[in-house]
Design a protein around this ligand. Structure first.
Ligand code: PAF
Length: 283
């Protein structure tokens, strides 16, 4: 696997690949890779001839009180894992390389409205940081296809919208969430959980599955399902930011006729904020 950290080296490598008429696939990450990330690499390898991964903990998407400084960084293990997974190129830039004029001077890309609901309402500026860095990384790698996990459901939709709004010729693929045996969604932030919190953490997925069951059975009103799920989370020891039933296609409030729904939740266990979701296809 080729490893580069500068924009000029990345551009040179990508040009060589393009000259060989290869299809470029891309998986952007913030590192501390787990099996969920490696699944994204597998999916991209099926769809492209040359697989690029990036590792960059993007300061623009962290709020001032958030975990940018403590976010787990494991570059050696990540390089090893990506090599074994069959990635062809790893881009590991510094912040000087990504934002040479400084973060505050950086041109930003923002998908309005949808960036400010759900997680965006609790993390102001987060999604602007995500779309800005992903747009930048897309411009540097020129992928034909890019793969993202569905655990970050809102992020995935925002990236799809950005690509569509800006006419970027990139196929965006969403990949189902990988889970521990007890249902907890794989996440780099799971390592913040204390042992007692780790025991409680699968309740998030269990509560979402219960809401999913209620939606499938029909009859219950959405706000009642949301309120009951939030209450169950509180009883299980979480502090929920939100539990919301939304339309899959635009994260809008569904009507009784909508069939393709998702239940999205974000909740704190101690100092760890977990997110998860389930899709619901009502027959
Ligand atoms: O999902 C992530 O890890 C990050 O938000 C991403 C897409 C790599 C952008 O920094």
């Amino acid at each position: 696997m080729i490893v580069v950290s500068t924009v000029s080296d990345l551009r040179r490598e990508i040009q060589n690949v393009r000259r060989a008429s290869k299809r470029v696939g891309f998986v952007p990450t913030m590192g501390n890779l787990h099996a969920g990330h490696l699944k994204l690499i597998d999916v991209v390898r099926e769809r492209a001839d040359f697989t690029v991964a990036s590792i960059y903990v993007n300061p623009l998407q962290f709020g001032p009180q958030e975990d940018f400084a403590s976010y787990p960084r494991t570059p050696e293990e990540d390089r090893q894992a990506l090599t074994e997974a069959g990635a062809d190129l790893l881009f590991m830039p510094t912040t000087e390389e990504m934002y040479p004029r400084g973060m505050h001077a950086q041109t930003v890309v923002e998908v309005p409205e949808l960036s400010n609901i759900l997680c965006g309402a609790f993390r102001p500026g987060h999604f602007r940081g995500v779309t800005t860095v992903v747009n930048h990384l897309f411009n540097l790698t020129h992928p034909d296809v890019a793969v993202f996990g569905k655990k970050d459901y809102q992020q995935l939709l925002l990236i799809r919208l950005m690509v569509s709004d800006l006419g970027m010729p990139i196929d965006i693929v969403g990949v189902d969430t990988l889970r521990e045996r007890d249902g907890l969604a794989l996440s780099s932030r799971n390592r913040y959980l204390r042992p007692d919190e780790r025991e409680l953490a699968p309740a998030l997925h269990a509560v979402l599955r219960e809401a999913q069951g209620k939606l499938m059975r029909g009859g219950a009103v959405f706000p009642a399902i949301e309120a009951s799920a939030a209450e169950q989370l509180r009883k299980a020891g979480f502090r929920p930011d939100y539990v919301s039933i939304v339309r899959q296609q635009d994260l809008g409030k569904p009507s009784a006729e909508d069939r393709r729904l998702a239940v999205l939740a974000a909740a704190w266990l101690g100092r760890t904020r977990l997110i998860d979701n389930v899709e619901v296809e009502i027959p």
